[in-house]
Design a protein around this ligand. Structure first.
Ligand code: GAP
Length: 464
């Protein structure tokens, strides 16, 4: 095992042990590609989503929010092209029956399989390269022909035939809910181009080979913003959105050397130009989010599919046209994993090896912890509870811990990334009168402690 594989294993183990992420329905053996977020996981998720909403909606006068339903009229997915074109090329090992994505296997040996290739074309490329391709599980080279496998997850909602002849789908991407509401939002909010609609919500894909923990799942959450622009402004706005998104990720404390742009050589069926922002995960750089120029594809398709106009009237220029769309589309889970990887740090403190999560303080699942120096002194416990209650009001998630010695309590908080620990001791109660109503504040990263007035804690933590 190399160091990076080891790091991934440590992160997955820590995530489970400390309540960030659990395999779904684990007591039944789990369920491939599905995960549950535990008590600390939901806090980190919430911080990620709140930060995204702040940068993409609250800090922008030109962007509004939406929460569309997961289920939509199945005609949406016909019009969008997903029932036909939203597929991955699947190949099965005849020896051990492992299913793999043919395009990923080809990519691993440096051959690009174009997204637009039909079954016949990709089979040709796969056969030409077959001598170099091995099953990732058993290493044998005996494969079925490649076939395109549609990623939409079907349901029988509203279909009472018992044969699922008219399936509805769990949405494969959240943005379709935005496109079909384009006119509703435009008319109800009286918006002028350019403007955006943002949404956070679950998406579902029948991924052939879910992998790398929560990186590629079958149920995941997307944060998507669709920006509607005049056709001639599409590429300028696209460049601006790319810069905006990269800056937002840097602001989260991700190091610039761990982020890079990757231009798509093989474009998905709707895209005109596409870039991924890749993060350097323990297995290497991989897609974290995408910024795509989609042209007028989506509005035209839904206009054709529904028979309703999906255009915009510019009353100043007296012009009617179909806006073009640029989108920013990121997975909550991929950013969650990137923040865990970025924060995971090993060092030595007080002669002992220590593992801690170096989150930016605002992103930490627990913003601060409060300890009474001793558990069996009611006056210390009462004062610590008072400080705890006061901090919770401004910071949200704060933990109270009176279990074990202070050193152990620090380690437990370090491991979940709590930036500050506050200890209430006898001086807080006035044993030394000049230190009355002060506490010890300990910094996660340096381990340094200082004495600070209780009244200054909230502003020190950057809260109000
Ligand atoms: N609306 C465009 C769209 O959905 P995408 O590249 O298919 O584009 C966008 O997905 C983002 O959604 C990805 O960059 C990734 O962050 C996340 N994502 C896609 N598939 C995922 C999966 N199976 N598991 C977790 N996240 C996924």
């Amino acid at each position: 095992m190399n160091g990076q594989e080891g790091k991934m294993e440590m992160i997955v183990a820590l995530a489970k042990r400390r309540g960030f992420v659990y395999p779904s329905s684990e007591i039944y053996g789990g369920f491939a590609g599905i995960y549950d977020f535990g008590p600390l996981g939901v806090e980190l998720e919430k911080n990620i989503k709140d930060d995204w909403w702040r940068t993409m909606v609250y800090e922008r006068e030109d962007i509004v929010g939406l929460d569309s339903a997961i289920f939509m009229n199945p005609k949406v997915w016909d019009a969008s092209g997903h029932t036909k074109g939203f597929s991955d090329p699947l190949v099965e090992c005849k020896e051990c029956h492992t299913r793999s994505r043919a395009d990923k296997m080809l990519e691993d040996i440096g051959v690009v399989a174009d997204e637009k290739m039909n079954e016949e074309e990709i089979n040709k490329v796969f056969s030409l390269q077959q001598a170099k391709l091995k099953c990732p599980t058993c290493g044998k080279q005996n494969f079925t022909p490649v076939r395109k496998f549609n990623l939409l997850v079907k349901s029988n909602l509203g279909d009472f035939t018992n044969n699922n002849s008219a399936p509805s789908y769990l949405r494969g991407e959240t943005c379709q809910g935005i496109y079909v509401n384009f006119k509703n939002v435009l008319d109800s909010q009286h918006l002028k181009l350019p403007f955006g609609i943002a949404q956070i919500g679950k998406a579902f894909r029948n991924e052939i080979s879910p992998r790398q923990f929560i990186f590629r799942g079958r149920e995941f959450e997307q944060m998507e913003m669709q920006y509607f622009v005049r056709p001639e402004d599409e590429m300028t706005e696209y460049e601006q959105l790319r810069t905006y998104r990269m800056n937002a990720l840097l602001q989260l404390g991700i190091k610039s050397e761990n982020l890079r742009w990757k231009k798509h050589e093989k474009l998905v069926f709707y895209a005109k130009e596409a870039y991924d922002i890749e993060y350097k995960y323990p297995w290497g750089f991989d897609e974290m989010e995408g910024v795509h120029a989609r042209g007028d594809y989506d509005l035209i398709q839904h206009s054709k599919g529904s028979g309703k106009p999906m255009d915009y009237f510019d009353d100043e220029k007296n012009e009617r046209f179909v806006p073009h769309i640029i989108e920013s589309s990121g997975g909550v889970g991929r950013l969650f994993l990137a923040l865990l990887c970025e924060a995971y740090t090993e060092d030595e403190m007080g002669g002992e090896k220590r593992v801690y999560l170096k989150f930016k303080p605002e992103m930490a699942p627990v913003r601060a912890a409060v300890f009474p120096l001793l558990k069996n002194k009611p006056e210390l416990v009462a004062k610590a509870r008072e400080v705890f209650t006061m901090l919770r009001k401004s910071l949200g998630r704060v933990q109270f811990d009176d279990n074990g010695n202070i050193g152990k309590r620090y380690r437990r908080q370090d491991e979940i990334g709590t930036p500050y620990c506050v200890t209430v001791d006898f001086d807080t109660l006035g044993e030394k009168p000049e230190l009355k109503d002060t506490v010890t504040l300990r910094d996660r990263d340096t381990g340094k402690q200082e004495r600070i007035a209780i009244g200054e804690l909230v502003s020190r933590f950057g809260a109000s």
